[in-house]
Design a protein around this ligand. Structure first.
Ligand SMILES: Nc1nc(=O)c2c([nH]1)NC[C@@H]1CN(c3ccc(C(=O)N[C@@H](CCC(=O)O)C(=O)O)cc3)C=[N+]21
Length: 308
């Protein structure tokens, strides 16, 4: 088959929204259990600097989900003019607050604020994004059980396991993208599962050839529909982390639509399973944030933590 629309899709659609709903249902049950055992309700604080509309939507979604689950949920919305020192002071106050178990500082931060400095100010035990070097390091040395792991890659791994089962040993996995937030931790998680992991990026040579060898492809580069159908090995599992807004004149003037990093119809004709965009990885990110906040609350209470 060549490029373009295809009507012969045969891949199973991985319903991230449905899996995310299962995860959050389990978080709700386990939250009840924690409280019954004398623990505090998990507390999540989200810090947003500036008035970016998209960020406000995500932050709102996180706060709503947290309240729905019976979490204690607080939001700090700060003006764009907020200084780095002021953000650090809020983080430190949240670090000391025993009712708060998870702190999420929405990224990207304005340019006048040093992102690393803010992330490193968060108590690693409350770093529900899994971005603090302590958590990154624990994951890298194989101590996932003591770490908090970045939500998007953790969600991607759960989706892969839904399709292939828990044993991924020996699978060839290709991660496209090397960001600290997705690509690198994704590679670490797959390595921990005994996959043979390749990490490709903008300087990689012959990406299509690398992709054709992969049993698992995780695409996280932010380039709309970059992964084509003829890059995909028949039967491969494809996880599309991309969220790209592109013009959609067919929907009317000035309209846009959301597409992933994978040319969906083409890839779905060859793969065994694929995540859609939207409705794939995105909802899993929020579900894993709730799971991480519960995990942090269980650890703070000295109670056993559920496995996700
Ligand atoms: N410290 C920090 N942690 C984050 O986890 C973080 C962040 N900063 N900054 C922004 C990104 C973005 N992000 C999303 C999460 C869920 C969806 C999501 O649920 N998307 C839906 C709907 C998409 C739509 O229709 O717009 C879907 O894919 O189906 C999207 C985006 C978390 N982020």
């Amino acid at each position: 088959m060549t490029h373009g629309q295809s009507s012969s899709a045969k891949a199973a659609v991985i319903d991230g929204k449905a899996v995310a709903a299962e995860i959050t249902a389990k978080v709700a049950v386990e939250t009840g259990r924690l409280i019954e055992a004398g623990g505090l309700a998990p507390g999540l604080a989200v810090v947003l600097v500036g008035d970016d509309a998209a960020s406000q939507v995500y932050v709102g979604a996180k706060g709503r989900k947290a309240s729905e689950l019976g979490f204690h949920s607080v939001q700090h919305t700060l003006p764009l003019s907020t200084s780095e020192a002021e953000v650090l002071a809020i983080v430190e106050q949240l670090n000391r607050d025993p009712a708060i178990h998870g702190i999420l500082v929405q990224l990207p931060l304005p340019r006048h604020i040093d992102t690393s400095k803010v992330i490193e100010a968060i108590d690693p035990a409350k770093d529900v994004d899994g971005f603090h070097p302590i958590n990154v390091g624990r994951l890298a040395i194989g101590e996932r059980d003591r770490a908090l792991v970045s939500c998007t890659p953790a969600g991607c791994l759960l989706l892969v396991k839904r399709v292939l089962g828990d044993d991924l040993a020996g699978k060839d996995a290709l991660v496209i993208g090397r960001s600290n937030i997705v690509g690198k931790p994704m590679a670490q998680l797959l390595l921990q599962e005994s996959c043979t992991v390749t990490v490709a990026h903008s300087r990689s040579r012959d990406l299509p050839e690398l992709a054709r060898k992969a049993d698992i492809i995780v695409a996280a580069v932010g380039r709309p529909e970059m992964v084509r159908g003829d890059w995909v090995k028949p039967g491969a599992v494809i996880i599309d982390v991309g969220m790209n807004r592109i013009p959609a004149p067919e929907r009317g003037e000035g309209k846009t639509r959301l597409v992933g990093d994978v040319a969906y119809d083409e890839a779905a004709a060859v793969a065994s399973a694929i995540t859609p965009v939207p409705g794939g990885v995105g909802p899993m990110t929020i579900a894993m944030l709730m799971a991480n906040t519960l995990t942090a609350a269980c650890r703070a209470a000295g109670k056993p933590e559920p496995k996700f």
